[in-house]
Design a protein around this ligand. Structure first.
Ligand code: ADP
Ligand code: MG
Length: 368
């Protein structure tokens, strides 16, 4: 409660809110136990005596909510670590497995601080909790809206603080797929998805091989026929077709798919485009619901969108900085046909995949 208005919650306020029996000494004992468990931390250079929630503490509170609402009973292994999130397998009390996505904005590596120095000075770490929660709220709102419109996205189950519970998709990121029976068909499907999103007023903004999961759907009549079906994930950076940089985001999403299909499947489409100006004309056409407007109406305000966008940009700039400094530059990777040797690749249409196998593969995913 204290964290709502204070990054560092003054100790007297904690005493007041806690209303613990045993007076001040009881409160201090509780505080010290929480601090020992790493759920809260004392801030040394603070102007006043107080404590702040740690990420562990925030995780604990969110899990407590999910547990009391019966969405989560147990926590399993971590299947992905991104710069901005942790992805865990969890299960409810019936043993149904789900995905818990924990947003971690502001968890930045301080290996390079050059682009972030000003940002950090202005915002300090004060906003990590707020920003991570914004990312979760936005992602959840978009997943709900997209799901309602029948888009292939995971089912959003619950959101609490900086976390989301969604259903577990038994699929691998496209990044780990080495071949598909019909690249042209999959390509067409992905481009159609970009255009369908645009019609609803949206651009994914990070539409790439990490954020497209490929599920192997077996034909009902003939199970030996497998159709790779894309499921789209990861929505904190979604932007409206009316965004001032919409064209750049749109083109980048299209380009990501083109580049990947050329490099991985040696497929180049003979159809040029799609082009932003054409997609723009379709926004809201045929009476489709504008989801950018719908999400804003759901309470994700312009101010929240702006705060989140600034933070995500900062984070991306930072990760680019880090990439530039690392030994293996992006360019070197692009030139190499044998990219990501350490990753196992999966051939669709030859091997089947049961859940266990899929989970095993998920565990080696780098989760970017
Ligand atoms: P980030 O923002 O860190 O990129 P993502 O939402 O893209 O987080 O998830 C990272 C990885 O976690 C994905 O590439 C995928 O392997 C796995 N993942 C995420 N959501 C699901 C899901 N619902 N089902 C199965 N795997 C998932
Ligand atoms: Mg991702």
């Amino acid at each position: 409660m204290g964290s709502k208005n204070h990054e560092i919650v003054p100790t007297p306020l904690i005493e007041k809110i806690a209303r613990l029996k045993g007076g001040a000494s009881g409160v201090h004992k509780s505080i010290s136990n929480l601090a020992k468990a790493g759920l809260i931390g004392r801030v040394k250079e603070a102007k006043y005596d107080g404590y702040r929630l740690t990420y562990g503490g925030l995780d604990y509170l969110a899990l407590h909510t999910h547990a009391s609402r019966k969405h989560v009973y147990s926590v399993g292994s971590r299947v992905g670590v991104g710069k901005e999130s942790d992805i865990m397998i969890v299960a409810d009390d019936k043993g149904t497995q789900k995905i818990l996505k924990i947003h971690r904005l502001g968890r930045i590596s301080f290996r390079t601080v050059k682009t972030n120095r000003d940002y950090l000075k202005n915002r300090q770490s004060a906003s990590w909790m707020y920003l991570s929660r914004l990312a979760a709220i936005k992602e959840y709102a978009f997943m709900q809206a997209l799901r309602e419109e029948g888009f292939p996205v995971p089912e959003p189950i619950a959101q609490s603080r900086h976390t989301i519970v969604m259903n577990l998709i038994d699929a691998l990121p496209m990044r780990q797929i080495s071949s598909v029976p019909d690249p042209a068909a999959l390509y067409a499907e992905l481009i159609a998805l970009i255009l369908r999103l645009a019609k609803h007023g949206l651009i994914h903004g990070d539409f790439n091989e990490f954020n497209i999961l490929i599920r192997e759907d077996k034909d009902e009549q003939d199970p030996s026929i497998i159709t790779p079906t894309p499921i789209v994930i990861d929505f904190p950076q979604m932007v409206s077709m009316d965004h001032q940089n919409a064209e750049m985001y749109f083109d980048r999403d299209v380009e990501c798919i083109k580049r990947f299909f050329e490099r991985r499947f040696h497929f180049v489409s003979t159809t040029p485009g799609p082009f932003f100006k054409d997609a723009k004309k379709t926004v809201g056409r045929d009476g489709v619901r504008r989801l950018d407007a719908a999400v804003e109406a759901s309470g994700f305000t312009k101010k929240m969108a702006k705060d989140l966008e600034a933070a995500l940009k900062e984070q991306q700039a930072q990760s680019r900085d880090n990439a530039d400094e690392s030994d293996e530059s992006d360019e070197a990777e692009e030139d190499s046909e044998e990219e990501d040797d350490d990753e196992e690749h999966h051939v669709i249409g030859i091997q089947g995949s049961d859940t266990e196998e899929a989970l095993e593969k998920l565990a080696i995913n780098d989760g970017t």
